[in-house]
Design a protein around this ligand. Structure first.
Ligand code: HEM
Length: 489
C-alpha cells in the first residue's frame, strides 16, 4: 500500500486511534487469562479520587489495544497460526456502577430526570432481574455479587497472556485498592479452555464467532463495504450503537450529558453451566424423536440436536450452511458467518429458537433490512472453571463451578442486552411462531422443532441448565471523564 493510501485508510478509521475510548470495548483484550475485581468505595471520596488518579495511567486505550492486536495478528500469520511467544501483555480497564459514578461526581449523574436509555443502569441489575428472566435459582438472593445489600461501585477488568502476569497485576491492583480503603467485594477469574477447546465455551461450542463490525474502527471490504474486510458476514454497525456520542442507526446520537461521550455501558454476568445435565438432556430429547418415529436425516445423533439448539456445530460451522453434519475443518478459512435467514422463514434449517438466531435474527425479521443491527452487543466473555471431564479428577467433575463470565458492551442496556433477554431469549412466542425459548440459556421451555419433514413442528421440552449467579450493570467512561472525576475536590 502506498503511503498516501495507508494515510487515507487510517483517516477513515479514526476510532482505532482513540485515546479516549477504553480498551476491550471496540478493540477486545483477547487474552487467555482474566480477572474481574468488583470494588466497594469507602465513605471518604478523597482517597478514592487519589486511587483513581493512580489507576488512570494503567488503563488501556483503544489505540494501544488495536495496535497490539494488529501486531499480534501479523506475527501469528508469519508463524503459520501459532501464538508469538514474545508478545505478552496485561491490560486493565475500569467501569463504574451508578452508585460509583454518583459517589465520584458528588452529585446526581443525571440531574434533570432519568433520560431514556439509562433507566436500567440507574436501577441496577438486581432490580431488573425479573426483566432478564432471573427466576428460581437465578434470583438475586442466590447471587455471588450484584445483590443490593452488597453494593459494588467499580469494576476493574484485568487481562493477560499469562496467568503469572495476571496474578502479579491483580495483586498490585488489590493492594492499591486496599490502601485507599476500597474493599474487593468479589473477584471473578476467567480463562480460555485448554488445548483444542481454546475459544470454545463449556458446552463445547466455539464462541466469539459473530461480533458486530464497528464503523470507523473496522475496515470495510472494498468490494462489499457493508461487511468487514476479511470477515464475511460481519456487518458494519455505526459506532453509536456501542459508544455514546457517535452516530446511531436510528435517531439522534445521544441525549445524554457530555460526560458520557466515548463511554460504553457494560453488563457483567456470571452464568453457571451444568454441562453434563445439558448434554444428557440433548441426548434424551434426541432419543424421544426416535421413539416418536420422527423421520430424521440418516446418521444424525445428539450432536445434530445440540447444533440445532445453538445454530452452530461445535466447530462454529453454521447449521444454516451445514444442516445435517459438521463439515471437516478448513484451516485458514474465514469464520462461517455469512448467514442469511431469508430463505428459511419457518426455521426448518436454523430453528427460530436456536441461540444464535434468537440473539441475532439478522435479516430474518421479515422487513427487508437488518433491524437486528440496532440490538447488537459487543461480547467479551470468557469461561471460568475447569472443563467437564470426570476422568480428570478434582475440579473437572459435575459439581465443580464452571460457566461463562459474560461481559458485553453497548450504548443502551435496556434497548440491547435486556431486549435480547426479554423479547428474544426468554420469549416463547418469538416472531409469533410459538417457537419456544432459547434452549441453551433461556428459562424452561417447550421448543417447536420444525423440519422440512416435520413442517407442523414437534414440541420438545428443554429445562434450563444455565443459572445466573451475579450481574452488574456499569459504565466504562472515556479517559477524559475519568480524569475529571479524579480531579474533583
Ligand atoms: C452460558 C451462557 C452462554 C453460552 C454458553 C453462549 C454460547 C454461545 C455460542 C456457542 C455462540 C455461537 C458463536 C458465535 O456466534 O459467537 C453464541 C453466540 C451469541 N450469543 Fe451466546 N452464549 C451465552 C450467553 C449469551 C447471552 C446472555 C447473550 C445475550 C443476552 C448472548 C448473546 C449471543 C449473541 C448476540 C451471539 C451471536 C449471534 C450471531 O450474531 O449470530 N449469549 N453464544
Amino acid at each position: 500500500m502506498t503511503e498516501h493510501l495507508a494515510e487515507e485508510a487510517a483517516r477513515k478509521l479514526p476510532l482505532r486511534d482513540s485515546d479516549e475510548i477504553q480498551g476491550d470495548i471496540l478493540a477486545g483484550f483477547r487474552k487467555d487469562h482474566e480477572s474481574v475485581l468488583l470494588l466497594r468505595f469507602p465513605q471518604d471520596p478523597a482517597p478514592v479520587r487519589q486511587w483513581l488518579r493512580r489507576l488512570i495511567p494503567q488503563i488501556a486505550t483503544t489505540r494501544q489495544i488495536a495496535a497490539f492486536n494488529a501486531e499480534f495478528s501479523a506475527a501469528r500469520h508469519n508463524l503459520a497460526g501459532t501464538d508469538p511467544a514474545g508478545l505478552r501483555v496485561t491490560w486493565v480497564n475500569l467501569s463504574l456502577t451508578y452508585a460509583g459514578l454518583k459517589f465520584l461526581m458528588g452529585a446526581e449523574p443525571f440531574p434533570d430526570q432519568t433520560p431514556p436509555g439509562v433507566q436500567a443502569f440507574v436501577q441496577g441489575a438486581s432490580q431488573r432481574a425479573g426483566i432478564n428472566g432471573d427466576e428460581g435459582d437465578s434470583t438475586p438472593e442466590n447471587w455471588l455479587f450484584g445483590r443490593d445489600e452488597q453494593p459494588v461501585h467499580a469494576v476493574i477488568t484485568v487481562a493477560s497472556d499469562e496467568q503469572a502476569l495476571l496474578e502479579v497485576r491483580a495483586s498490585e491492583l488489590r493492594v492499591a485498592a486496599a490502601r485507599a480503603g476500597l474493599t474487593v467485594v468479589f473477584e471473578q477469574t476467567g480463562a480460555t479452555l485448554p488445548g483444542n477447546s481454546k475459544g470454545h465455551e463449556h458446552f463445547g461450542f466455539k464462541d466469539g464467532v459473530s461480533q458486530p463490525g464497528v464503523a470507523g474502527f473496522d475496515r470495510p471490504d472494498p468490494s462489499d463495504p457493508v461487511h468487514v474486510a476479511g470477515k464475511p458476514g460481519t456487518r458494519i454497525v455505526p459506532a453509536g450503537e456501542f459508544v455514546l456520542g457517535h452516530p446511531k442507526l436510528e435517531g439522534e446520537p445521544s441525549t445524554l450529558p457530555e460526560w458520557t461521550r466515548n463511554g460504553s455501558f457494560q453488563v457483567v454476568r456470571r452464568l453457571a453451566q451444568d454441562v453434563p445435565a445439558w448434554w444428557a438432556q440433548a441426548g434424551a430429547v434426541r432419543r424421544q424423536l426416535d421413539r416418536e418415529g420422527v423421520e430424521l436425516p440418516p446418521g444424525t445423533g445428539t450432536e445434530w440436536l445440540a447444533a440445532r439448539a445453538v445454530g452452530r456445530w461445535r466447530s462454529g460451522a453454521s447449521v444454516a450452511h451445514n444442516p445435517n453434519a459438521e463439515p471437516p475443518a478448513k484451516p485458514g478459512a474465514p469464520d462461517d458467518n455469512m448467514i442469511s435467514y431469508v430463505d428459511d422463514p419457518e426455521g426448518h434449517v436454523t430453528p427460530h429458537f436456536a441461540h444464535i438466531r434468537k440473539t441475532n435474527p439478522r435479516d430474518g425479521l421479515g422487513n427487508g433490512h437488518n433491524p437486528a443491527d440496532v440490538r447488537r452487543i459487543i461480547r467479551r466473555g470468557i469461561p471460568y472453571g475447569q472443563p467437564f471431564d470426570p476422568a480428570a479428577g478434582d475440579g473437572h467433575g459435575p459439581d465443580a463451578d464452571r460457566g461463562l463470565v459474560f461481559i458485553a458492551y453497548m450504548s443502551d442496556i435496556d434497548f440491547q442486552f435486556e431486549f435480547l433477554q426479554r423479547r428474544w431469549i426468554n420469549n416463547p412466542d418469538f416472531r409469533q411462531q410459538e417457537t419456544g425459548r432459547d434452549p441453551v440459556i433461556g428459562q424452561d421451555t417447550d421448543v417447536n422443532l420444525k423440519l422440512d419433514t416435520l413442517p407442523g413442528g414437534k414440541k420438545l421440552h428443554f429445562a434450563q441448565f444455565v443459572r445466573t449467579e451475579g450481574t452488574i450493570y456499569a459504565f466504562a467512561p472515556a479517559l477524559s471523564t475519568l480524569r475529571g472525576l479524579a480531579q474533583r475536590p
